[in-house]
Design a protein around this ligand. Structure first.
Ligand SMILES: *[C@@H]1O[C@H](CO)[C@@H](O)[C@H](O)[C@H]1NC(C)=O
Length: 487
């Protein structure tokens, strides 16, 4: 009996560390027992922001549709929170899939119903299994940028168990959500770049700082969106068969898809000829400082609307590589010999969308924000390296930063630390008690003296006059009333 509990904890920790657990039913037990390890896996939406490396615990509430075809905000009501203010858990809202886009559902739950996360249950009666659901992508309808909270799509079979429980026993279900990345010694990042497209370019530029800090701890692998067409329409491809094509980055401008395919080969050759491992790092990832400098500097050094030898294209690109110290002989060799094999590999290794990211072989969802991605990356290390602390709390060095100030606020805002307050109270009490005793001693002494005087006076009086005056004497001087001294 004694051993059983720690054992259970160990098993549980090992299990959390190695899996992407998404929903965990914490309460009630009768419900959690219906799921394998109390856990439900689902598909995370391609919009909204998962809480990477964190846990959210919340109360599950069912947003049961009243039958609005358009899922408007009054389609369902949310019951008031249970319990007192302090223990109020945030709402995680469950809704059924259907009648409107995922984004609309999630946005209403977030904006109108105060949800911190949303669980979408597949259409009633759907036969999709949990593992099939994990391959479904909750797509962005184009308005997903307005959504902040994360959401998960789960199967009808598992979701109906949740909904039945909520309907039968009220909103008494507590769950925990986690977006864990699989843990590895070094974290791998696959990034599918749509070359020369603004979103890719700006992400690479911003992320280069992070990559240069993580160096070999990150196993970065660039991929490029190269595709085939039935035939070449508008200079998108490098060959007549239209096998290797890329998007035209500036419809009206002079740069064509064909230029982009050529640039893709250059960037991949640069990566392959300069990325190295560091044998001093355990399971070192591929890293190339030159490549990160190149993607950071290319947009300014060789802009698409540039002039002469400073325009996006071969001459400018090779000039920049040379300036950054790449071995140009190796690059040239790669460009002539490996071009076809590189393009063929890229054409065949597509992700689920042109702009995509995988962390430790697991699909990343959420905005392409370097800080958020670093959070996801850092939660994927078996042993979190110190580089993560510098990247996620860069203000350790710069104390002017607002973020850091906010983090320390609870301690610093009080001004006086608790122990000084404590010591002061104790000190003040000692002084008060001492004064009281000194006063008592002083009073007692004076009382005795006074009484002696009174006594003497009395005796003198008695010797000279009658009894009446003698009885009144002690009250004539109330300052020495013995009752006062005993307060
Ligand atoms: C969709 O709308 C119909 C009525 O038009 C309603 O009966 C149904 O419950 C709605 N479904 C969802 C998932 O909201």
């Amino acid at each position: 009996m004694v051993l059983r509990k720690p054992l259970a904890v160990c098993v549980c920790l090992a299990y959390v560390a190695s899996t992407v657990a998404q929903i965990k039913v914490l309460h009630p037990k009768s419900l959690s027992q219906k799921f394998h390890r109390a856990k439900i896996d689902g598909s995370t939406a391609a919009f909204g922001t998962p809480y990477y490396g964190e846990r959210i615990t919340g109360r599950l509430v069912y947003g049961e549709s009243k039958g609005d075809r358009w899922c408007r905000e009054d389609d369902y009501d949310i019951p008031p929170p249970l319990g007192d203010k302090e223990r109020k858990l945030p709402n995680i809202i469950v809704v059924r899939r259907g009648n409107c886009s995922f984004v609309t559902k999630i946005r209403i739950a977030e904006e109108e119903k105060d949800a911190v996360a949303v669980i979408v249950v597949d259409t009633l009666g759907s036969s999709r299994t949990p593992s099939e659901i994990q391959r479904v992508i909750m797509a962005d309808d184009g308005w997903g940028d307005n959504v902040k909270v994360p959401s998960i799509l789960i199967s009808d079979k598992e979701g109906s168990l949740l909904i039945d429980e909520l309907r039968k026993n009220g909103n008494n279900v507590i769950i925990e959500l986690a977006w864990d990345v699989r843990k590895e010694t070094t974290v791998s990042m696959d990034f599918w770049i749509t070359p020369a497209v603004e979103k890719s370019i700006s992400f690479l530029r911003e992320y280069s700082h992070y990559a240069k800090t993580l160096k070999h701890k990150l196993d970065f692998r660039p991929h490029y969106w190269i595709f085939s067409l039935p035939r070449d329409y508008k200079d998108l491809c490098i060959d007549d068969d239209a096998t290797y094509c890329a998007l035209d980055p500036d419809m009206a401008g002079s740069t064509t898809g064909k230029d982009v395919v050529e640039e893709t080969v250059r960037q991949l050759c640069l990566w392959e000829k300069t990325a190295i491992v560091d044998h001093n790092v355990e399971q070192s990832g591929d890293y190339s400082a030159i490549w990160w400098d190149y993607v950071d500097q290319l947009p300014n050094a060789c802009p698409m609307d540039g002039k002469g030898n400073k325009v996006f294209g071969e001459e400018c690109s090779l000039g920049l590589m040379k300036k950054l110290g790449a071995d140009m002989k190796q690059i040239q060799e790669c460009l002539t010999k490996d071009k076809e094999s590189i393009l063929e590999r890229e054409r065949l290794s597509h992700a689920w969308s042109p702009l995509a990211m995988r962390i430790n072989d697991w699909r990343y969802s959420g905005p392409l924000d370097p800080d958020l991605i670093t959070r996801a990356v850092c939660s994927g290390f078996e042993k979190r390296p110190k580089e993560c602390d510098t990247l996620l709390h860069p203000s350790k060095i710069d104390f002017e930063n607002d973020f850091e100030k906010k983090e320390h606020e609870p301690e610093e805002e009080k001004g006086v630390p608790w122990w000084i307050v404590f010591v002061s109270i104790i000190g003040a009490s000692i002084v008060v008690v001492s004064l009281f005793f000194i006063y008592r001693v002083w009073i007692a002494r004076h009382l005795r003296k006074a009484l002696r005087c009174e006594l003497m006076a009395e005796m003198k009086q008695q010797m000279s006059t009658d009894d009446d005056t003698a009885n009144a004497t002690p009250q004539t001087n109330p300052e020495f009333n013995p009752n006062d001294a005993q307060m």
